[in-house]
Design a protein around this ligand. Structure first.
Ligand SMILES: Nc1ncnc2c1ncn2[C@@H]1O[C@H](COP(=O)(O)OP(=O)(O)OP(=O)(O)O)[C@@H](O)[C@H]1O
Ligand SMILES: [Mg+2]
Length: 370
């Protein structure tokens, strides 16, 4: 294998004007000019976040996404190139098209308002993915279908094809989600059907708990939505993970925010599909582990889910068992929340390991029934 990881799917740029001095009420008054500071610019989306987090962790990673040939597309590629030109080799530039961006408005540092343009992420499909490269890489990670209608239309036909073709190349395939918008098109997708079609070809599926409740336990999501963590028990998570494994996954789990991470392994024969990871099959098969989150000085949780996923992938590439993999996911997630942006809190593998070795205290939240 020449490459460790490929990250594909959603890629955009965040435009963040510093506007601490702008009153929230001012935004509803047309005709007023507010002076703000220099524009903050950061690439975003799963491809940028998980890709850069893996890079910081020392994983040899390539990014596969699609941008337009407008100035914003050039900026996305330029910003990633500054980290390392190898990252952008497989990013496609679509002639005559506009790139995806998010304007982040945070007046008085209050709750943020996002203006999101889907751009090329709306048309992303298998034609933007280099399946040939997957023959030479160990693991691929894809996110986020709920904001990529090109892969979820027709009950997720394109998403299923993407994972089927990835597995045909022999790579280990991983999937992450975002929370569908209950009032928008992503909220009307038949997610159970989408998952039934794709998960037979997905090896690692660790969405956040809110996302999977929305998709597979809608009544519980509606009843618990403001306080999901308080309702969870170990038995509940085992049953939900088993349903995902029943649909075809090898390693199923949940990002639990301040409650850490839960991981479950399928039966031993399924682990043939993870041959490129050299995992300890006895440790993983049938496992069900919960690991609490680490104490962190929370500045901003933006990108925590992607950081945790990068930690999980880095651990899988090292051949870690389930407890160690969950600890790594929590460690990288905790590092992430200590910085204001989506990726810069993530540290090198050695620094992260040093924190783990220094008896890092856990958060107090506990999963009932453990
Ligand atoms: N306040 C926190 N303190 C410590 N660790 C945290 C905190 N919030 C999140 N984490 C870590 O980050 C991981 C991922 O966070 P979370 O479960 O919120 O993912 P997500 O819902 O996918 O987030 P995102 O909004 O980034 O998509 C958690 O499993 C946990 O390990
Ligand atoms: Mg997430």
């Amino acid at each position: 294998m020449t490459i460790d990881a490929i990250v594909t799917g959603h890629l955009c740029i965040d435009l963040i004007p510093p506007m601490d001095n702008v009153p929230v009420s001012g935004l509803s008054k047309p005709g007023h000019m507010f002076e703000v500071g220099p524009l903050g610019l950061a690439t975003g989306g799963c491809v940028s976040n998980v890709g850069q987090d893996l890079y910081r962790l020392g994983v040899d990673v390539r990014l596969m996404g699609v941008v337009g040939d407008d100035p914003l597309g050039g900026l996305i590629i330029d910003l990633l190139n500054r980290r390392d030109p190898s990252l952008t080799q497989y990013i496609r530039v679509q002639p005559g098209q506009s790139s995806s961006y998010t304007v982040v408005l945070a007046p008085e540092r209050k709750d943020r308002i996002f203006l999101h343009y889907a751009g090329q992420n709306a048309t992303f499909d298998c034609s933007h993915v280099d399946f040939g490269l997957m023959r030479d890489a160990r693991i691929m990670h894809m996110g986020y279908p709920p904001i990529m209608p090109g892969v979820t239309d027709n009950d997720g036909a394109e998403l299923a094809a993407l994972f089927e073709r990835s597995k045909a190349a022999g790579i280990v395939a991983s999937l992450d989600m975002t929370l569908p918008d209950p009032g928008g098109p992503s909220g009307r997708v038949n997610w159970r059907r989408v998952l039934e079609r794709s998960l037979p070809h997905v090896d690692v599926f660790v969405p956040s708990i809110a996302e999977i409740l929305f998709m597979l336990r809608r009544a519980d999501f509606d009843a618990w939505r403001d306080d999901i963590l308080a309702h969870l028990t170990r038995d509940y998570l085992v049953a939900l993970a088993d349903e995902m494994i029943g649909m075809g996954v090898v390693i199923a789990g949940f990002k639990l925010g301040e409650m850490g991470m839960f991981l479950r392994g399928a039966g031993p024969e399924r682990f043939d599909r993870l041959a490129r990871l050299n995992l300890d099959r006895d440790a993983w098969a049938g496992s069900a582990v919960w690991q609490p989150a680490f104490q962190a000085n929370v500045v901003n949780t933006l990108g925590a889910g992607d950081a945790a996923y990068a930690g999980l992938i880095a651990a899988l590439l090292q051949g870690s068992g389930p407890d160690e993999a969950a600890r790594w996911a929590n460690a990288v997630g905790a590092c992430n929340v200590e910085a204001p942006d989506a990726t810069s809190g993530v540290r090198s593998r050695a620094e992260t390991q040093a924190r783990l070795d220094a008896s890092w205290p856990h958060r107090p939240e506990r999963l009932r029934g453990v």
